[in-house]
Write a protein of this length. Structure first.
Length: 496
């Protein structure tokens, strides 16, 4: 009976369970979408219970589709949308509020007040992050300040906080285990990424009791086992955890210092492995823990682009320019250039390197000759320009030149985008055979802990290229196009 690893990939819009074999190949996938709640402008929430039931449904479905029993699962790896915050009652095991999602801007005022009180630098130095509503810390504070009775319960030690990984492990183990891993902890704004502890000073500034916090563990070890009734009578080890972008870096086998991956999904997340060195950024990048493994942590520099594939969705659903995201390639290649059109998709502000949450999207260079094809092409090009902005910042901070870019995520099927990305960066863009690198990374981390795989070297040898895109653009054309983008971003930022 061939054993398999199961990865649970709990993302922003859907949950997935994926089975992998020894060669790191996908055997079967099950996926469930769940509801997005937008209670006020800029707020985004999820129902943590619905997330939990979507995951259990996927676990059952993937076994059924693969026609295998739970005894064939050697271990479970979990990877998750990061920063999204759940607070639950330790006695009832029920969330006391909806999960506040990473995209949600509902703690903008808390962040502004902390910046005004001069705390920005304290948080940045200790956590590697910026004072932005994106991260978990101010979301926890918001729940304690706004949910009736929450503060008192928290002070009495009755509440628990977790990112989605913690919540799922807690549920899968029947409330036995309250843990997270270094990568997820490093996104909370509460964790000191240098001394690897929850930070008392930061907790006190945000007024969050330490008793709420999960224990922080490595990204690859056995945290507990599933209880019988959540896994069809089997106690399967939960053996790997990492935030989704960190798991993707691992699944892309970016194990050497200077290796970079970009995931093109709803947003784009570019991560560079910086090894055992926590590189401080001067260009608006985040310093984050890549993973904890083999008794040590490794760090990464991260650039977060909030709108990428969702701009393509906007063309599809908002402007109704096509019915399927993949048609964007066909339209973009019907013209030979975007003819001077630039789209700056700052629909929810701009992330790295600008961190400008008040700016909104804009389009430039329109003429009477502008066609839908130009707009579509300009939108795809914007994904590549935003990535170039991040990569330039990264190379500057890490003082390591970019050798190549490993890519994954839904939009990398778009060959036009991949070629333009390579042209813009002037390096090879490498698309691997297995595009589900996030789930694969979680499976690898769990598989290392249960002996399913032996080493990072073995994992690296399993990484295979589907297609390499080599730069074919002259430097002066590259410069001219990119300068136009820079001007468009500058002009967009003036208009707010
Ligand atoms: N062929 C394509 N060209 C451009 N964008 C695409 C294409 N296929 C999918 N996308 C975009 O990729 C995104 C989906 O990717 P996915 O990795 O599943 O995202 P997430 O994990 O963030 O939900 C969508 O925003 C969609 O618009
Ligand atoms: O769920 P995704 O793939 O959109 O990723 C979300 C990120 O982890 C947010 O930081």
């Amino acid at each position: 009976m061939e054993k398999l690893m199961m990865a649970l990939d709990q993302g922003t819009t859907s949950s997935r369970a994926i089975l992998f074999n020894h060669d790191g190949e996908i055997i079967e996938v099950a996926q469930r979408e769940f509801e997005q709640f937008f209670p006020k402008s800029g707020w985004v929430e999820h129902d943590a219970n619905e997330i939990w039931t979507s995951i259990t449904a996927c676990m059952a479905e993937v076994l059924r589709k693969a026609d295998i029993g739970p005894a064939q699962i050697a271990g479970i790896g979990i990877t998750n949308q990061r920063e999204t915050t759940v607070v639950w009652d330790r006695h009832t095991n029920k969330p006391i509020h909806k999960a506040i999602v990473w995209q949600s801007r509902q703690t903008t005022d808390i962040c502004k007040s902390l910046i005004n009180q001069g705390y920005q630098d304290t948080f940045r130095k200790k956590t590697g992050l910026l004072m932005d509503p994106y991260f978990s810390g101010t979301k926890v504070k918001w729940i304690l300040d706004n949910v009736e009775g929450a503060r008192e319960k928290a002070d009495n030690g009755d509440l628990m906080f977790g990112t989605i990984d913690s919540w799922l492990i807690y549920k899968l183990t029947g409330g036995e285990v309250h843990v997270t891993d270094y990568s997820n902890a490093s996104r909370t704004l509460l964790f000191n990424i240098h001394d690897l502890n929850w930070d008392d000073e930061l907790l006190s500034i945000l007024d969050i009791p330490k008793s709420m916090l999960p224990e922080v563990k490595s990204s690859s070890e056995i945290y507990g086992t599933t209880i019988d009734y959540h896994f069809f009578g089997h106690n399967v080890p939960i053996a790997g955890v990492a935030g989704d972008q960190h798991a993707a870096l691992f699944g892309q086998a970016c194990f050497e210092q200077g290796m970079v991956k970009n995931t093109y999904g709803t947003g784009c997340f570019v991560l560079m492995n910086t090894g055992e060195k926590a590189v401080e950024s001067n260009h608006g990048l985040l310093t984050t823990i890549a993973w904890g493994l083999d008794g040590k942590v490794e760090y990464a520099l991260e650039g977060s682009i909030f709108v990428a594939g969702s701009a393509v969705q906007w063309l599809r659903d908002g402007l109704r320019m096509f019915t399927d995201a993949k048609q964007s390639e066909e339209y973009a290649t019907r013209v030979t250039s975007s003819d001077g059109v630039y789209l700056v998709p700052a629909f929810v502000g701009l992330g790295t390197p600008y961190w400008d949450s008040d700016v909104r999207g804009a389009m430039f260079g329109l003429t009477r000759a502008t066609k839908k094809e130009h707009v579509i092409r300009a939108t795809l090009e914007a994904l590549a320009y935003q990535t170039k902005d991040v990569v330039e910042a990264m190379v500057g901070d890490a003082a390591i030149p970019l050798k190549s870019l490993r890519v994954d995520g839904g939009a990398v099927k778009n060959n036009f985008l991949m070629q333009f990305q390579s042209d813009m960066l002037g390096v090879n863009v490498q698309r691997p055979v297995v595009n589900e690198t996030t789930a694969l990374g979680a499976a690898y981390l769990a598989g290392l802990a249960v002996g399913f795989w032996d080493s990072k070297q073995q994992i690296a040898s399993q990484w295979k290229i589907d297609q390499t895109f080599a730069p074919a653009m002259q430097q002066d054309e590259r410069d001219q196009l990119y300068n136009g983008w820079k001007k468009a971003v500058e002009a967009t930022r003036v208009f707010k």
